[in-house]
Design a protein around this ligand. Structure first.
Ligand code: ATR
Length: 279
């Protein structure tokens, strides 16, 4: 009898031990009874180029890529799809049947799926969207908002120049505001997203006044550690709908799993609990 070959994938980073991705993908592998594996792959900067180039000969059918290699990896793979080409960063690699390395960025997909599945009443036409921050996550999220045809995006970042760079990179109609005015640009907004690291464990909190934000606006934090940041507590106090960043992490993993292992996996509350608590 020929033994079925184990399909191997993993997440490449440096360091990567903190990543929740192995727990997430291993849950799905077990749930769907797939003969596969998914491990944390800690690769040092001297080896990253060769490691990705030789993914297939290292026995892998693909990989996720996390900090600090998302941009590096985009320059190494053979083919970038349109979205990741615009972002200049990837988080997913698939070894194609032709042996080529295909790169994509699913962060914007994860963000949008998390938003839509939790708040089906939110529509891109509902009103302006305020994005706080201009790092990699902000770039992917802003691009996905443009793709969804949001009519007005207000972007603000501590370093103004970085907000300008973001807009130059992805194009589209995005208005940039001074960081000191972040509380003043909430009027008429339908959605407020924190993409900065403010509020994350070990970082300072985000200081913002929500007084001008409409009470039906969705408040989203991409931070998930802690699960309820001060921003989300503020939203809860005034009864705004709100959501943390865990769902985005879970949803961004779906396209990779689907392409490597052939099954479109589901995000469930049981999965959320498992990823958070290991139960
Ligand atoms: P990621 O790729 O996860 O988005 P990043 O590229 O390091 O992470 O971006 C971090 C974001 O948090 C940036 O928008 C950063 O603002 P700057 O561009 O001015 O650095 C923001 N950020 C981090 N610390 C901050 C602070 N103390 N006050 C305001 N913004 C902060």
């Amino acid at each position: 009898m020929i033994e079925e070959k184990k399909l191997k994938s993993g997440v490449i980073g440096w360091p990567v031990m903190h990543s929740l991705s192995p727990r997430l993908h291993q849950y799905w592998l077990k749930e769907y009874n797939i003969n596969g594996s998914y491990e944390a792959l800690e690769i040092n900067p001297n080896e990253i180029h060769a490691f990705i180039k030789n993914l297939s000969s290292n026995g892998l059918i693909g990989a996720n890529v996390t900090v600090p290699y998302k941009e590096t990896a985009a320059n190494i793979v053979d083919i970038l799809d349109e979205n990741s080409n615009r972002l200049g960063a990837i988080n997913t690699i698939v070894v194609g049947k032709d042996g080529l390395l295909y790169g994509s960025n699913t962060d914007g997909f994860g963000f949008m799926e998390n938003l839509k599945s939790n708040f089906p009443q939110w529509k891109p036409q509902n009103g302006p969207v305020v994005v706080l921050g201009a790092g990699g996550a902000a770039r992917a999220i802003t691009a996905s908002l443009l793709d969804a045809k949001v009519l007005e995006i207000r972007l603000t970042n501590r370093t103004y120049k970085k907000a300008q760079n973001l807009v130059n990179k992805i194009g589209g109609s995005v208005k940039i505001y001074d960081w000191k005015n972040r509380s003043k640009i909430l009027q008429d907004a339908s959605l407020l997203i924190n993409t900065t690291t403010l509020g994350m464990i070990g970082n300072p909190g985000l200081e913002i006044d929500l007084d001008l934000l409409p009470l039906d606006a969705v408040v989203m934090d991409i931070v998930y550690s802690p699960l309820k940041t001060r921003l989300l507590e503020q939203a809860e106090d005034r009864l705004n709908p709100f959501i943390n960043g865990l769902g985005m992490l879970l949803h961004q993993a779906r396209p990779g799993f689907h392409q490597w292992f052939g099954k479109n996996p589901e995000v469930t509350s049981k999965l959320q609990k498992h990823v958070l608590l290991g139960v």
